[in-house]
Design a protein around this ligand. Structure first.
Ligand code: GLP
Length: 249
């Protein structure tokens, strides 16, 4: 695991956007695995401004999002489909047909999950996967549980995740109780992984991810076994780590 620590959120976002820029410059038809949540918003803002300044071109890029709420229409401004279009897709030149977000509205969830896994496979696999992290170390919507799930699947969200995400909804009752997510197995298959975390609230999850036992109760801990992973943190998220283990950038 390479761990880079940035002074603040802005610097973390810039660093993350530079990594995406390098990836897309070296391989214009890259397959990007993308995440939602408040953490990557600054990175998306940077990418939009790079695009506007003609520094990056998304015309050959394919994207796969990690997850989507179950039974939340894509017109709802809290759906991840909506989020991604608002924060990134509507402002860059990625082709509509190259954008993939799991469909949480379908009746046959199992078919949707295998369709999604097949799409990823047919696209050649994910070149770089962007991840945030939940307070309980969930990645995508892979909540702490008793086994690592291989592929895309439907999950029951933990009460703590519902509470954490309630800040985006009018009231907690509006937060969906289920979601579709790529499995830890699918995430692990990405050639490169870049996990972003900021704020003191993530410090413990980051500590457990880096030093903890590799167990499904700490979903992000599996990343210790990945051979090309970088954690980009702000100082607060890195506050419980041993300074010898990271590089200040
Ligand atoms: C949600 C998403 C995750 C994200 C997490 C943290 O649960 N499914 O992909 O990493 O929230 O969100 P935030 O970045 O807002 O703290």
């Amino acid at each position: 695991m390479r761990i880079l620590v940035c002074k603040n959120y802005e610097e973390m976002s810039k660093k993350a956007a530079q990594m995406i820029l390098s990836q897309v410059t070296l391989k214009p038809n890259s397959v990007l695995g993308l995440a939602t949540g408040s953490t990557p918003m600054g990175m998306y803002k940077e990418l939009v401004s790079m695009y506007k300044n003609k520094v990056i071109d998304f015309s050959e890029v394919t994207t796969f999002n990690l997850d989507e709420y179950y039974q939340l229409p894509i017109t709802n401004d809290q759906s991840y489909h909506y989020f991604m279009h608002e924060n990134l897709f509507n402002h860059i030149n990625v082709k509509k047909e190259n954008i993939h977000v799991p469909n949480g509205m379908v009746k046959d969830i199992e078919a949707e999950c295998s369709r999604y896994d097949n799409f990823i496979k047919e696209s050649g696999g994910i070149d770089i996967q962007v991840l945030g992290i939940g307070h309980n170390a969930h990645i995508g919507f892979n909540e702490p549980t008793i086994n690592f799930e291989r592929g895309t699947h439907l999950v029951d969200l933990k009460e703590s995740t519902i509470e954490a995400n309630a800040r985006f909804f009018d009231k907690i009752e509006d937060v969906p109780r289920k979601a579709i997510t790529m499995g830890t197995g699918s995430i692990f298959k990405a050639r490169k992984i870049m996990l972003l975390a900021c704020g003191e609230g993530k410090a413990e999850a980051i500590y457990n991810t880096v030093y903890g036992k590799v167990i499904p109760e700490v979903p992000a801990s599996i990343l210790q076994f990945h051979n090309d992973i970088v954690l980009i943190l702000d100082e607060e998220a890195a506050s419980k780590l041993n300074p010898e283990d990271y590089k200040i950038v």
